[in-house]
Design a protein around this ligand. Structure first.
Ligand code: GAP
Length: 441
């Protein structure tokens, strides 16, 4: 049975074997801490993102969605404080030249290199900016420097007035976005937990100053509920409040939602009270008014405060995977199961003719055609013993398996097997689509 670090190794191996996640550019030896999603992984992560968008945008009338570009005007990052402040302290081992974050307690207290063991290995830390730089246009000069965004939030702040004037929103309201972010992390690792290219799902909620504490509490509770709705076990989730000295440069208050990964408790989402810091700075740097004018009392003007919710799509997907992985003994054999919530599972139903003859494949193909027509992701498998076929689907997290057998020829019924309870029930083949659809909502 898997536990601790062993579990992580098994998860990484399953992800590769079954096509969830591959090392980027693997045939060239891989790119440091960048990962690609395979056929099952892309579906899983997309389902996580869709669940977020649905609860954040479609099910609310006070949040609008946008999709801002990754490249932004370089002044954005001066205004936001990232050019000066988005840094980590870096030290380098004088012997093996490996680099580490100087604020890692092991490094700070021992001053010993964890790789080559050299004592008194590190000198004074230097500050290292985590933003990736590139050049806009053909000339590689300082004037052409642009950054790959380290957070999606700034695309929302700079579009605040555009969204306000193009919609009928009034404060309080929010703007949501899903998109790529890039950070040149000094110590990435733990699979997709800390990477250099990742996706964020962020929402900025604009409120009247003075109501921010209340809204902060609202979003803190609401976000924890959402994370639980993904099927993650509640006992593996907790809040962690940032101490004042650990707050990001823009935050007045911050809570993380943490998950107990096999490598320990770690942040999956941040809820921040960003005050009027960002809009205030953009107003100052751009020279454009970013005030909100109350539509009823036009003398009431203010720069809105912002409560931000920010979750990594890759990181929460990793939490979903780690939480879903289990090994069980069934009839003397170990079965590996990904107990994914049916709404998140990449394949919803497997269609299995018991044998490859007697007209069973034709019936199974017909059932699969109907599933496809209803846009329910399914998988047809007629190779190997039925037990082996079930195991393959268990590992992929497929919640249901439909088996077409001899009785189907007699009475038109099929069995539906539940991945978790292993119970099988017989239903009419015409009800398969409806049965599955009801359970994957
Ligand atoms: N806009 C606020 C912000 O970016 P953050 O706490 O730095 O706040 C928010 O990041 C979330 O983004 C984190 O909780 C995490 O899920 C994800 N994230 C941040 N850095 C990441 C990285 N290097 N790799 C994967 N996910 C990351």
């Amino acid at each position: 049975m898997a536990n601790g670090s062993d579990l992580m190794e098994k998860l990484v191996s399953l992800c590769k074997r079954r096509g969830f996640i591959f090392q980027s550019s693997e045939i060239y030896g891989g790119t440091g801490s960048v990962w690609d999603y395979g056929p099952l992984g892309v579906e899983l992560k997309r389902n996580v993102k869709d669940a977020w968008w649905r609860s954040m945008v479609h099910e609310r009338d006070d949040v609008e969605g946008i999709d801002a570009a990754i490249l932004m005007h370089p002044r954005v990052w001066e205004a936001s404080g990232h050019v000066d402040g988005f840094t980590d302290p870096l030290v380098e081992c004088r012997n093996c030249h490996r680099r580490f974050r100087a604020d890692n307690p092991d490094i700070r207290w021992t001053n010993q290199c964890p790789v080559c063991g050299t004592k008194e290995a590190f000198g004074e830390p230097r500050m290292f900016n985590l933003m990736f730089k590139t050049f806009m246009g053909p000339v590689e000069s300082q004037a052409a420097v642009v950054y790959l965004r380290p957070e999606t939030a700034q695309g929302i702040f700079v579009n605040f007035q555009n969204v306000l004037t193009s919609t009928r929103q009034r404060i309080p309201f929010g703007i949501a976005q899903i998109g790529k972010a890039f950070r040149n992390e000094i110590t990435p690792g733990n699979f997709t937990f800390r990477t250099r290219e990742f996706e964020q799902m962020e929402m900025q909620f604009f409120v009247e100053p003075g109501t921010d504490d209340e809204w902060f509490e609202y979003w803190k509770t609401s976000r924890m509920e959402w994370v639980k709705s993904l099927g993650i076990r509640p006992e593996k989730l907790r809040f962690h409040e940032h101490a004042p000295e650990d707050l990001a440069h823009y935050a007045k208050k911050a809570y993380d939602i943490e998950y107990e990964f096999p490598f320990g408790w770690n942040e999956i989402e941040g809820i921040h009270n960003r005050t009027d810091f960002d809009l205030g700075r953009h107003q100052e740097y751009s020279g454009k008014k970013l005030e909100y004018v109350d539509p009823v009392d036009r003398d009431k003007r203010y720069i809105p405060y912002v409560v931000e919710t920010s979750i990594g799509a890759d990181r929460v997907t990793l939490a979903v995977l780690a939480d879903a992985y289990r090994e069980e003994e069934v009839e003397g054999e170990v079965r590996v199961v990904l107990g994914l919530h049916p709404r998140l599972a990449p394949i919803k139903v497997a269609v299995l003719p018991l044998v490859k003859k007697d007209g069973l494949p034709e019936i199974a193909e017909q059932i699969q055609r109907e599933l496809r027509r209803s846009a329910i992701p399914s998988f047809y498998d007629d190779s190997g013993s039925i037990g082996k076929r079930y195991r393959r689907q268990d590992e992929a997290g497929t919640p249901f398996a439909v088996t077409v057998d001899g009785q189907t020829l007699e009475d038109g019924t099929v069995t539906i097997r539940d991945r978790d309870t292993l119970r099988q029930e017989r239903i009419d083949q015409s009800r398969v689509v409806e049965y599955v659809r009801e359970r994957i909502r």
